[in-house]
Write a protein that binds this ligand. Structure first.
Ligand code: R5P
Length: 309
């Protein structure tokens, strides 16, 4: 087998191959003067089972195109099978038509990846699990919730008084995934209404946070608005310590600074997206061992879901 990485998150890819006890196969990525991407796989991969690691994180279009070009290069190099490891799936939030004449870009991306030659996809905390159904090939949707549960158990002295909160109705199943792993802590749900692109308001809260410590769970931190608004509402309703757990820390411009100023005491993310910020409030747990174990299981035809039992 061979593991190759695009340029989106080489540090994560490096950790994955270290956990597997192997090395990344060298790939040359270059730019033409007009901005086009060029790729060359530097060793023969004829007949290989290849794992390609590339989160389609910002710059999303660049990283997606690089992934598609890598897949084409591998197919033309006569590999036997390609598994695409997408720790972050860009465009996942465009998963339905919420208004007339909108695209379903998450589905378009799935079709592009399949057309470029993928045989299987491994993702982590897809925005909605239904994205698996946008592909005809198998998709394994790993989750960081067991990692967050371990972190919470080790770091939080106050778990007995904690509730787990989802900042929107769409995230309830995900939040339940953490609550369930923390001795079934009660769930709190925010009724969030989107008022514009990257803007949302919380209009109701279902559940009680007064005198409770609150662990908010989300899949993505983009502007940080969803988590900060939820935290502010919880604080106004008498919450004590408020922590946030989110799998994909995109932290768009200004998000880290805004979160530093917010009432959130700690923000825990994973390394599905390469981190280029420094903040004492933000802690990173690695998904590399989880992804390495998934690769091992795929290779040996073992259950992936058993990883999460
Ligand atoms: C929304 O449905 C997602 O699950 C996230 O809550 C959202 O995308 C986070 O974005 P932001 O950090 O900009 O609020």
């Amino acid at each position: 087998m061979a593991v190759i990485s695009g340029t989106a998150n080489k540090p994560l890819a490096q950790k994955i191959v270290e956990a597997l006890g192997t090395e990344l196969l060298p790939v040359e990525t270059y730019r033409f003067k007009d901005g086009e991407t060029g790729i060359r796989i530097k060793e023969s991969v004829r007949g290989y089972e290849v794992f390609v690691i590339q989160p389609t994180s910002p710059p999303v279009n660049e990283n997606l195109m690089e992934l598609l070009i890598m897949l084409d290069a591998l197919r033309r190099a006569s590999v036997a099978e390609i598994t695409v490891i997408m720790p972050y799936y860009g465009y996942a939030r465009q998963d339905r038509k919420s208004k007339p004449r909108e695209p379903i870009t998450a589905r378009l991306v799935a079709e592009l990846i399949e057309a470029a030659g993928a045989d299987r996809v491994v993702a982590v905390d897809l925005h909605v699990p239904q994205i698996q159904g946008f592909f005809k090939i198998p998709v394994d949707n790993l989750t960081a919730m067991p990692l967050f549960a371990d972190y919470a158990r080790d770091a939080l002295p106050f778990l007995q008084n904690a509730v787990v909160a989802s900042p929107d109705v769409g995230g309830v199943v995900r939040a339940n995934g953490l609550a369930y792993r923390l001795d079934n802590r009660p769930l709190v749900i925010c009724d969030k209404r989107r008022t514009g692109t990257n803007v949302a308001e919380i209009v109701h809260v279902i559940g009680d946070v007064a005198d409770k410590d609150v662990l908010i769970v989300d899949d993505i931190i983009d502007t940080g608005g969803s988590l900060m608004k939820a935290a502010k509402v919880f604080k106004e309703r008498g919450a004590k310590n408020i922590w946030a757990f989110a799998t994909h820390g995109l932290f768009s411009e200004g998000a880290v600074e805004a979160m530093e100023e917010s009432v959130l005491e700690r923000i825990v993310v994973t390394d599905t997206v390469r981190s280029e910020y420094s903040s004492e409030k933000i802690q990173v747990v690695s998904v590399a061992p989880l992804i390495a174990e998934a690769i091992r299981r795929i290779r040996t035809n073992q259950s992936i879901s058993a990883l999460f039992d």
